[in-house]
Write a protein of this length. Structure first.
Length: 254
């Protein structure tokens, strides 16, 4: 790790989903430099084993550290669940900020109905999720969504096939009172418009704002904030070639 507060903040995800976190981070911390890695070649993470996701996350972090990053944001709920603890043990001095499905803020919106929690199979099967459910799981229905991130990877954020997929998931609850929907995967944040249309008036809760707030706090605590007036920047990297980079660019500026 470098002590240089002008070093970039590294972020990674299995693909374009983490761009939703990056967008929020750029808005909140415009003077920082960001280096984002989308591991498209190895996507999806959400249907891989815990060990596979741990190994891929370790590779991603090593690559970002080789490029001099001062902090890491795991812009992926699945990778956080599988790998954050191990990464923190391996790099005890490195600020590593992870994510979790926003069950806690969603639980505050419960009015006796159900809360639908959409996340990857890996996230929902993880211990971290079980701990969250034990504390904030009243009325929560967990819906693993294999195949959903792939729509976003294809930039298919609307249309009949996506609607049909979502209705298969949420349709069985449509006649109940839905108090909130948790977007427990960073890819799903890009589905806000279609979900707003399918579930008018239902609050959609993601963890991006909280994650960026935590990044800011950690950088401040460690004296790693870029000096006021610094010029921020964003650099995108992908294991998936030019098409994947173009998709990331598009979503960053969408
Ligand atoms: N974006 C990731 C998350 O937040 C996972 C998508 C995937 O690779 O399955 O969980």
């Amino acid at each position: 790790m470098t002590e240089n507060n002008r070093a970039p903040v590294g972020m990674f995800d299995s693909g374009v989903g983490g761009i939703s976190v990056l967008r929020e981070a750029v808005r909140e911390l415009p003077q920082e430099r960001f280096l984002f890695f989308g591991d498209t070649l190895n996507a999806p993470y959400g249907t891989k084993s815990r060990e596979q996701v741990q190994a891929l996350s370790r590779q991603a972090v090593e690559m970002l550290l080789e490029r001099g990053c001062k902090a890491i944001v795991i812009a992926c709920n699945t990778a956080t669940s599988a790998a954050a603890a191990g990464l923190r043990a391996a790099y005890p001095h490195l600020p590593i900020i992870g994510m979790e499905p926003a069950l806690k803020p969603a639980s505050l919106l419960r009015r006796g109905g159900v809360i639908l929690s959409l996340a990857t199979p890996g996230t929902i099967a993880g211990e971290k999720y079980a701990r969250l459910m034990a504390r904030y799981g009243d009325g929560v229905v967990s819906l693993p969504c294999p195949g959903l991130m792939e729509f976003v990877e294809r930039l298919e954020t609307d249309g009949p096939a996506l609607e049909a997929y979502l209705m298969r998931q949420i349709g069985p609850y449509a006649s109940r009172q839905i108090d909130a929907v948790v977007l427990g995967c960073t890819h799903y944040v890009f589905l806000r418009p279609v979900l707003n249309r399918l579930l008018p008036g239902v609050p959609l809760i993601d963890g991006n704002e909280g994650t960026v707030r935590q990044l800011k706090t950690r950088l401040e605590e460690m004296g790693l904030r870029a000096p006021a007036g610094s010029e921020g920047s964003v650099e995108l990297l992908s294991s998936g070639g030019r098409d994947a980079l173009e998709s990331m660019e598009k979503l960053l500026h969408a």
